[in-house]
Design a protein around this ligand. Sequence first.
Ligand code: ZN
Length: 655
Amino acid sequence: MKSFWNEDEAAGFKDDPLAMRVYTSRLLGRNPDLVLHGGGNTSVKVRQKNIFGEEEELLLVKGSGWDLATIEAEGFAPVRMETLLKLAELPELSDSDMVKNQRMAMTNPSAPNPSVEAILHAIIPFKYVDHTHADAVVALSNTPEGEKIINEVYGDTVLVVPYVMPGFVLARKIYEMTKDLDWSSIEGMILLHHGVFTFADDAGSSYEKMIELVSKAEAYMEQKGLEDLPEEPAEDPDPEVLADIRKSVSHTAGMAMLSRLDQRPQAIGFSKLGDIRNIADRGPLTPDHIIRTKRTPVVIGDNITSSMDRFTAEYTSYFNRYNSGETMLDTAPRWGILPGHGTLSFGPSVKHVTIIEDIAEHTREAIYKAEQLGGWTALSEKDLFEMEYWELEQAKLKKAGAPKPFQGKIALVTGAASGIGKACVNALVAAGATVAALDIDNAVGQAFDDKSVTGIQCDMTKTEEVDNALKFVVSMFGGLDMIVSNAGIFPPSSRIEKMTEETWSKSLELNLTSHQRLLTMALPFLKHGIDPSVVIVGSKNVPAPGPGAGAYSVAKAGLAQLVRVAALELGEYGIRVNVVHPNAVYDTAIWTDEVLKARASHYGLSVEEYKTNNVLKKEVTSADVATLVATMLGEVFSKTTGAQVPIDGGNERVI
Ligand code: ZN
């Protein structure tokens, strides 16, 4: 394990204990083998004067909801040491009393809730305290001989603490265990099935001790000749199977979920292990992962529905075995194993599935190592149940608030790099969707600064490129629910008399045929979609064509007819297909100020008059079109299909 400590960097913080605390917390957070997504916590003890000039000793401890990798000074909650030390002496303390009293002892009411380990940090008599859930240490401890191995690795240089629930119970246990302890005789504490604590009066030493203790566990594994997971090449999975899995998970969860396939060589190696069912059934890497991953993954067999039903049945009976009045969470898995093809992570957003994918990556490696040390032995079901249904853990999840309308839903937008397409991507993301943004322009890869959008370069007139894009979307997100078929071109004005074959066929190829191609190729996935819906971007030229725009108007009219036939054919699958007819949307790249001025003066109008030259005298923007498109994809239009909706400020020829 590499130390990231840098003397020069650290020198900048030596006079500010909190800045130094931020610095080494981030060093810990930088290494995912130490700290993963909110795992671990740190603190520093300082003396500060209050408003009356009285000096108080405070524990500045990581606040709930902050991540060590990105924590800032305001991520540390200031809690009076006097209160924390008194709380540690109580024989019992309920979770709600702990949270309440810790909050009352804070000197800044707007700081975050202190970590559930605040009392434990307080009783450790050193200025800096570091705590991680290091993979290597936990993997050694999650074996049948775990305690023996830990003793063998560390001797009496550490205090070994048997597993108890984190929070007050753990603080109390360590308080009892250390009453007569000479703290200077130990380098740290190993908490079985949980993690590591180190401490020192200077930040650098506490951090280096952490690196040292974890390195010892890693060295033990190396010395035992433990092998890494075998790497296996990816085999293309059937995308319809992936879409079916995602539909089944969403159905079980009672909400739309994404499903991402991890096809990295080690994920595939793990999924091919002969005893994968048995290994996968024993529990998570550390107990705090359970709120994100549930106790076990689902192992997908030949029949997806029965695999999911079996998971639900097992989860329900696990709940019933330990339930003492709690309400059961949904019974859907949060990660899975697709034997031969890798691991899957499930969640309502890209952020969620990424976190779960990271946890799964570390878990499968630790499991494989522990198997070589006698067998993966996670905590008992009962301990895990207590953690999963612990109100303080569930409170972390509830903070998320009410879901957005398209949470967990997957959309594909074409012609997405600019104009109406780009506005549609933004509108869908704002409504909670995960979006694949396709465009022939490779700028689409950088066009969106949001984790929910993946830009994919794709020429919609090329069957192979569309096929690849769809397969990519299904492996990244699990399926497809919504399509905004928008890609198009406006060919140069040409009367029929002068029409070239190229102008005509180019327009029909992109403005008509490519939409049919996408619809045809996406259908197998839309059939597995959740409230599947398609909006095609047509044009005012359909009901009100103009001279010189034959190649364009005919293609768009064909598109409107395609929508009508598709609505008739796809209704039986619950797929809605509608079309919008925008007109005079001028806030796009082609309408530069110069072009606008020229067009306006051609009609003897000011630019403003030209832009609002419609019945309502209102300018139509691409954001307006996008709002309508998102509305048509959603609940409001859930009983409408085959409709043609104009968005043009009112056009006399259309009306
Ligand atoms: Zn912990």
